[in-house]
Write a protein that binds this ligand. Structure first.
Ligand code: MC0
Ligand code: CO
Length: 140
């Protein structure tokens, strides 16, 4: 069911500091403008690599879903991996049929790429928080 690896989510206490690391030390050249995504409780900045993105995420406020993660990992860390799926509702139905817990309300929400996303519980996914994201439709 899972398609391309879309992004690896990296939680950080400071997107500005992480940009310096990826740009000045690791040599990334395609770094987007950071933007707020209050509906998901995060500030976001995408860094492009040839095959996938790094998604830097910083808490939008103290109610952010990554507040607890950063309390345990104050310097930040690898937070989630995101795979593309063709249809988010089909993916949710398939996961539920296999007994997997969809986090939150279970309803897909619009993510940072403007398409619906859901998260699967890390306890049921070998310790990895997995995001499923409906692939953007190709422009014809
Ligand atoms: C913008 C958007 C997009 O791409 O479009 C995004 O990605 S937004 C990305 C941010 N949004 C989300 O992550 C939404 C989904 N996430 C959530 O609902 C939550 O963060 C949870 C995954 C349920 C964790 O919640 P919370 O931190 O409050 O719970 P907790 O500290 O009690 O953790 C429960 C257990 O899960 C583990 N745990 C927590 N976060 C984890 C992570 N990122 N990866 C792997 N394990 C993790 C903890 O260590 C703990 O294990 P032990 O019990 O062994 O101690
Ligand atoms: Co993400």
């Amino acid at each position: 069911m899972i398609g391309n690896l879309n992004h690896v989510g990296v939680a950080t206490p400071s997107i500005a500091d992480s940009i310096k690391l990826y740009r000045d030390i690791l040599g990334a050249t395609k770094i987007g403008e950071p933007f707020d995504l209050p509906a998901q409780g995060v500030k976001v900045c995408f860094i492009d690599t040839p095959t996938a993105q790094i998604e830097l995420i910083e808490p939008y406020d103290e109610t952010s879903p990554i507040t607890g993660f950063l309390a345990k990992n104050p310097k930040g860390g690898q937070h989630h991996v995101c795979f593309e799926v063709a249809d988010i509702h089909d993916a949710v139905a398939e996961m539920r049929a296999k007994g997997v817990t969809i986090l939150g309300t279970g309803e897909p929400r619009i993510g940072a790429h403007g398409t619906p996303v859901v998260f699967l519980h890390p306890k049921e996914m070998g310790g990895v928080l997995i995001e499923l994201m409906e692939a953007p439709k190709e422009a014809h």
